[in-house]
Design a protein around this ligand. Structure first.
Ligand SMILES: Cc1cc2nc3c(=O)[nH]c(=O)nc-3n(C[C@H](O)[C@H](O)[C@H](O)COP(=O)(O)O)c2cc1C
Ligand SMILES: Nc1ncnc2c1ncn2[C@@H]1O[C@H](COP(=O)(O)OP(=O)(O)OP(=O)(O)O)[C@@H](O)[C@H]1O
Length: 150
């Protein structure tokens, strides 16, 4: 029984998320997904959707067997509880594979780390979807429309 862990923010789902989770699930028999806590997303703007809503949507996806919110303080705590054989990293996750393997070993965890490639597509990115919404439905656009109607 090979247990796999995938991680991420998953703010506004798109086919890139699905691809990452499907490829992660294909590496084993059981997929756990750790969803980042709102307060821990500091490397980019805070998520638009609250953590409970992000968790609920991830949990409903076909490749996902178990989904949980991450720990607030220690990212290795859920890993110690789940005890996976493999952790997958998405193509744009800012962790170095070898560093992560070493940190896991330091905690007594012998876990393989596998990088999953990117899925192409202009809107296979939460931040690109937000940019697109702002460009096509943002305030400047509404002002333009109000003017048009007068
Ligand atoms: C092995 C691993 C464990 C993680 N555990 C947690 C956690 O317990 N709590 C949390 O808030 N984020 C955790 N994260 C971080 C997020 O799930 C996510 O990967 C990080 O915020 C980068 O997000 P992004 O790739 O979705 O932008 C973990 C990441 C990794 C690689
Ligand atoms: N297009 C994609 N192809 C493959 N994996 C993806 C793709 N987009 C996101 N992922 C992976 O899904 C997980 C969650 O990603 P995340 O929530 O950061 O979405 P994102 O679209 O990359 O967000 P942002 O655009 O804000 O960086 C990460 O492991 C990430 O690498």
């Amino acid at each position: 029984m090979t247990r796999v862990v995938a991680t991420g923010t998953f703010d506004i789902l798109h086919p890139g998320h699905l691809y990452y989770l499907e490829e992660s699930r294909n590496l084993g028999d059981e997929l756990y997904v750790i969803v980042a806590r709102d307060v821990n997303v500091k490397h980019k703007p805070r998520p638009i959707l609250p953590e409970e809503q992000r968790l609920r949507m991830v949990r409903a996806l076909r490749p996902v067997d178990h989904a949980l919110l991450g720990d607030l303080d220690d990212m290795f705590r859920p890993i110690e509880e789940i005890r996976p054989d493999i952790i997958t990293l998405g193509f744009n996750q800012h962790f170095n594979e070898e560093d992560l393997r070493q940190k896991l070993r330091d905690r007594g965890l012998d876990i393989d780390v596998v990088r999953i490639p990117g899925y192409p597509g202009p809107l296979a990115s939460s931040s690109k979807i937000v940019e697109h919404i702002l460009k096509t439905r943002g305030p400047h656009r509404l002002v333009g429309r109000a003017g048009e109607g007068e």
